[in-house]
Design a protein around this ligand. Structure first.
Ligand code: GLA
Length: 732
């Protein structure tokens, strides 16, 4: 069905629907917006959710009103502000000239348009054709300050997604300071939720955590300047009984790469407020008369069929209408990256045998990681100097790129464009480019510092340096890294009362730099990275179709990381590599096949010294590549189904199904072996029950319903860390 947004003038109710989901809100007394419903589509609304009028002690009423039964403190709201009789955390706080922070945002007007407008300077979901979505803009006005808040809602026809953001315009005469502007608020009544989030750490990202929503406040947030390893900008609210394939699940995902806050508050009446947006920590944005501020976008989804459908809703919209890269549906080249093979200790001579071996084994791209620029032999220097390290490449980088290309391989290169080392020409020439608070020594992290990307001239300098390398050295791929969190937040280019803008302006500078480069080099495949998955978010996906999921390449550790990541992001966005054993992060020795099975469940590659492989291992690489070739389109473009959670048991399992349901790739893992193992089965999901599927390895044939309902026995193997993959193809 097509997306449709209507306003019922009699009831004063907005209804956004696409035939699969509905979102309803109304205009109540005091011209206050009130949230009514978000869930499975309904044909119409006949007023049954008008909020019951009850006199609640200590929840006061509208100014000038004698009606004690109507309070903004209890009414489910659509967008709240400070200074009202609403004691929850508000969606927005604005400091005004007289020192007050009170607003009274009243419904003023609305407009419905086909399609979806772009958000100025920010990544966002998009439409390719106006018929794909409808967008509602609701204008709320605060009379005294003259501020106008435009709440933007887009509902897509083909995705169960509502994209929300807010545009604030200062229509008054005086400058104001925005101290908080959430992108979206949703107030739920009569729900007893669990909340699922994705906390983690460097080399241990995005582990799924499910806890009860409790009375009081809970926040899942980042104050690191980036979306962070520690807490991803995603939460889901689910009913207690919701599991992967049944029950209600609401997903919230911010299309933003900076400080975020996903906050919950459950009040005296057990009503739960969700606020999603830029974190208000050290945030204050000066809005002069006539100026506008656009918040990032949040993607909201509803699934009545459990978590897996919620994830698929996000997978679809991100893959189809957030990622813009021309590579989005393409098979990504199978690469070998030299980081874990050589670290900084390499030169052209040492790399050539790896390239030769890559060619021999069927690998399609060689990626040169950190250490090719300035005079970088360790991580203590040269960030900011994106010039070729001549000692390592005496004939130039182009010469080495030619060598790689002559072998028939593509050539990729690592950058970290947002950083500066003390030991760099850039710092010696422009010490003021390094972000620091005047009079205070800045804190190093990995002995590196942050470039002040709030300054357009700094963005320009980095743009020129990176573009020059990309244009002149035959680069086919870029790995864009960021190896520390922000600190010492200050820009010498901004006055004192604008220092609260630095965090967000940094993100805008990053988007500007990245946007200019990806637009200028559309044929280069860009991969995001931040010490692995420290900036794994939908904002980055808008510019780069894939992101290095974690610096942890251990296959067992990757099970939980990739499983958790799949909650909010498609496998086509995650990159995963087979690396050496003992694993460099965990010391674990896993079988080659298991490392392959984990890496093949995402965008696949290698991260080891190919010249050190035994002949047997080389044969295994060739087989792995042949196997991956059979499923790589499926992994990038198919539907993903989680089957067994690695955090709940000793096993993990998932399967991919092609859109036409003719091909199925299954990966199962058993972490520890037992002397008398209980027998376990894996039941597949998403197949056509009527189709007959042939196991490509054994030739056995089963109906889809058999594979889904009866399942298949997992192998019994007396060895730790085992994996088994299956490829099924429909024969009817
Ligand atoms: C980060 C990345 C690694 C590697 C190093 C290089 O940690 O995640 O893959 O590129 O930087 O310094």
């Amino acid at each position: 069905m097509t997306a449709k947004i209507t306003f019922d003038n009699d009831q004063k109710v907005f209804h956004l629907t696409n035939g699969s989901i509905s979102y309803l809100f109304s205009v109540e007394e005091g011209e206050t917006l009130s949230h009514l419903y978000f869930g499975k589509a309904v044909k119409a609304y006949h007023g049954q959710l008008k909020y019951p009028r009850v006199d609640r002690g200590f929840s006061g009423n509208l100014p000038g009103s004698l009606d004690r039964t109507y309070s903004k403190d209890t009414l489910p709201r659509e967008y709240s502000s400070a200074g009202e009789m609403d004691y929850h955390e508000p969606a927005t706080i604005v400091r005004q000239k007289d020192g007050s922070n009170a607003l009274n945002l009243k419904f003023d007007s609305y407009e419905v348009k086909d399609g979806k407008p772009a958000l100025k300077d920010l990544p966002a979901s998009y439409t390719e054709d106006d018929s794909e979505a409808q967008t509602l803009s609701v204008n709320l006005k605060d009379e005294k300050s003259g501020l106008i808040y435009t709440l933007l809602y887009t509902i897509f026809s083909d995705f169960d997604i509502i994209a929300r953001s807010v545009l604030v315009k200062n229509g008054g005469q005086e400058a104001v300071y925005l101290e908080k502007v959430a992108s979206a608020q949703v107030d739920f009544v009569d729900r007893d939720f669990d909340v699922i989030c994705l906390p983690g750490a460097h080399a241990n990202e995005r582990h799924m955590q499910r806890t009860p929503v409790t009375f009081g406040s809970q926040a899942f947030e980042s104050r690191r300047g980036s979306s962070s390893h520690q807490m991803n900008p995603f939460i889901a609210l689910v009913d207690k009984k919701t599991d992967e394939y049944s029950g209600d699940a609401y997903g919230f995902e911010l299309v933003y790469s900076g400080n975020h806050s996903m906050a919950l508050e459950t009040d005296q009446l057990a009503q739960t407020r969700v606020l999603v947006g830029i974190n208000d920590y050290n945030f204050s944005w000066k809005l002069e008369a006539g100026d506008e501020f656009q918040t990032p976008e949040v993607l909201l989804t509803y699934s009545g069929e459990g978590l897996n459908k919620m994830s698929q809703n996000f997978h679809e919209v991100i893959r189809e209408r957030v990622v813009r890269s021309k590579f989005k549906h393409q098979k990504r080249p199978i690469l070998v990256n030299n980081w874990e093979a050589t670290y900084f200790d390499f030169d052209e001579k040492k790399l050539k045998p790896i390239v030769d071996e890559a060619k021999n084994l069927g690998i399609e791209m060689f990626v040169l990681d950190d250490g090719w620029f300035g005079h970088r032999n360790d991580d203590n220097s040269s960030l900011g100097d994106w010039k070729i390290f001549e000692k390592k490449f005496p004939k130039g980088l182009g010469h080495f790129a030619d060598y790689v290309h002559d072998k028939g391989l593509k050539f990729g290169l690592w950058f970290e464009p947002e950083m500066i080392s003390y030991d760099s020409d850039l710092y010696r020439e422009h010490p003021d480019y390094l972000m620091q608070v005047p009079g205070r020594a800045p804190s190093p992290s990995r002995n590196q510092y942050i470039l002040d990307l709030t300054r357009p001239e700094v963005v320009d300098v980095m743009y020129k340096q990176v573009a020059d390398i990309l244009a002149n050295n035959g680069i086919d791929y870029v790995k864009w890294d960021m190896n520390r969190s922000l600190s010492d937040i200050y820009s010498v280019s901004l006055p004192a009362d604008r220092q609260g803008e630095v965090y967000h302006r940094y993100v805008l500078g990053y988007y500007d730099l990245m946007g200019r480069l990806v637009d200028q080099f559309p044929d280069i495949l860009f991969e995001g990275c931040s010490g692995g998955g420290g900036r794994f978010d939908a904002g980055v996906a808008y510019y780069m179709p894939q992101i290095w999921a974690s610096d942890n390449t251990d296959a067992v550790a990757r099970l939980a990381i990739q499983y958790g990541t799949s909650l909010a992001y498609p496998p086509s966005m995650m990159t995963a590599h087979v690396s050496a054993v003992p694993n460099h992060q965990t010391g674990r020795k896993t079988p080659f096949e298991t490392r392959g099975a984990a890496a093949m469940s995402a965008v696949f590659g290698y991260e080891l010294d190919l010249t050190k492989l035994t002949d047997e291992e080389k044969a295994m690489v060739k087989n792995q590549i042949a196997d991956y070739n059979k499923v790589r389109d499926l992994v990038v473009n198919g539907d993903f189904y989680r089957l067994k959670s690695p955090t709940e048991s000793n096993q993990a399992a998932w399967n991919f199904v092609s859109k036409d349901k003719k091909e199925v790739f299954v990966a199962t893992f058993a972490v520890l072996a037992f002397a008398q193992p209980y027998l376990t089965k894996t039941k597949l999901k998403g197949l056509d029950p009527e189709k007959k599927y042939k196991n490509e390895e054994t030739g056995e044939v089963f109906y889809g319903d058999e594979l889904m309902e009866l399942g298949i026995y997992d192998p019994v193997v007396h060895q730790d860390y085992m994996a088994k993959t299956y490829l099924f193809k429909a024969i009817n």
